[in-house]
Design a protein around this ligand. Structure first.
Ligand SMILES: Cc1cc2nc3c(=O)[nH]c(=O)nc-3n(C[C@H](O)[C@H](O)[C@H](O)COP(=O)(O)OP(=O)(O)OC[C@H]3O[C@@H](n4cnc5c(N)ncnc54)[C@H](O)[C@@H]3O)c2cc1C
Length: 289
């Protein structure tokens, strides 16, 4: 199918783009990499009157370390993030997770900002952003605001972003040298959206774990910071008993969706499998670090 008719506009600046969003509000769709938007338009699941193509806006591009944070511009393509030495050095969790995002062709066009704006519940980058304690910067004609990832993801494709706001960039604190991170997901085939997955960071000192952040995705309407499981891990040593306790605690943190990928019980089971695999593998990762 072909999309319904729309006006196509290609602003050259953030100021121009937010003016267009202020004018058209929910009648406008922002086009970044188009990997999610174009199929939706072609299937006529969405019929915006105006498509605002942001690809010419230079200030939305690039990856940099500034003022104590890694800045990932909204238009940074997945492939750029995956190959960035700066990401590999300061945000190894994202470097580890990115090869799981779709396939080469999609990663060549898809953008970090598009993924975070869309907030697909099975997407990898929203989970990493939350695990790393990052934030997003949003701009409209009313000004700029920064929203912590913990306050940004509200529900199924639902975020704190208002229709007239452009996502400008993500700001993420660099991982400390004593921070370990790990990522794992289960999907039918490599590159498919995850059915269950975990993005995690933690610190460890002489085998004792501190400040773990466990974010589950794929099974819930949005990425979930699993606070009960985190409490079960904090201050403990690696051991099969601890890992089992963390997996058991997930019943209090997760409320999986019932859909064609499996029942809530099956998904909770898969999240527990992922948890044990990740935690069992971390001591070796710690020794190699
Ligand atoms: C076959 C296939 C497999 C895929 N598998 C995965 C996967 O495993 N994991 C995964 O995470 N993703 C997957 N994707 C999606 C892919 O990662 C997309 O690139 C991503 O979801 C959206 O990025 P985009 O730049 O293409 O955004 P677009 O498609 O251009 O836009 C997506 C949505 O975000 C909005 N938007 C985009 N940029 C901004 C911005 N700066 N400010 C405000 N709103 C904005 C758009 O209006 C639109 O609603 C897959 C896609 C395909 C086609």
């Amino acid at each position: 199918m072909k999309p319904a008719r729309f006006h196509y506009v290609r602003p050259a600046s953030i100021a121009e783009a937010v003016l267009l969003l202020a004018e058209h509000g929910e009648d406008a769709s922002i086009l970044a990499g188009g990997q999610s938007l174009m199929p939706v338009l072609n299937m006529r699941l969405s019929r915006p009157r105006v498509v605002v193509d942001i690809n010419r806006i230079a200030k939305l591009k690039g990856i940099a370390l500034a003022d104590g944070a890694v800045r990932i511009g909204a238009l940074a393509r997945h492939v750029e993030v995956m190959r960035s030495p700066l990401i590999a050095r300061h945000l190894p969790l994202i470097a580890e997770a990115m090869p799981n995002v779709a396939h080469v062709a999609v990663r060549n066009r898809g953008t970090f900002g598009g993924s975070v704006a869309l907030a697909d519940p099975s997407a990898e980058m929203p989970a990493c952003l939350l695990a790393l304690g990052g934030a997003v910067v949003l701009e409209s004609t009313r000004g700029r605001r920064q929203v912590a990832a913990e306050d940004y993801f509200h529900g199924l494709y639902d975020t704190a972003r208002r229709p007239d706001e452009l996502l400008i960039e993500a700001l993420i604190p660099p991982q400390r040298p004593d921070t370990l991170s790990a990522f794992m997901e289960l999907s039918r085939r490599h590159g498919d959206f995850a059915i269950a997955g975990l993005a995690c960071t933690l610190r460890h000192d002489a085998g004792v774990i501190h400040a773990p952040r466990l974010v589950y995705f794929g099974s819930e309407p949005r990425p979930v910071l699993a606070r009960t499981a985190m409490a079960a891990l904090d201050g403990k040593a690696w051991s099969p008993a601890t890992h089992d306790a963390v997996a058991a605690a997930l019943a209090d943190d997760l409320d999986p969706i019932d859909n064609t990928f499996g029942s809530p019980a099956a998904k909770l089971h898969l999240q527990r499998v992922v948890t044990r695999r990740v935690l069992d593998g971390l001591p070796d990762k710690a020794r190699a670090a």
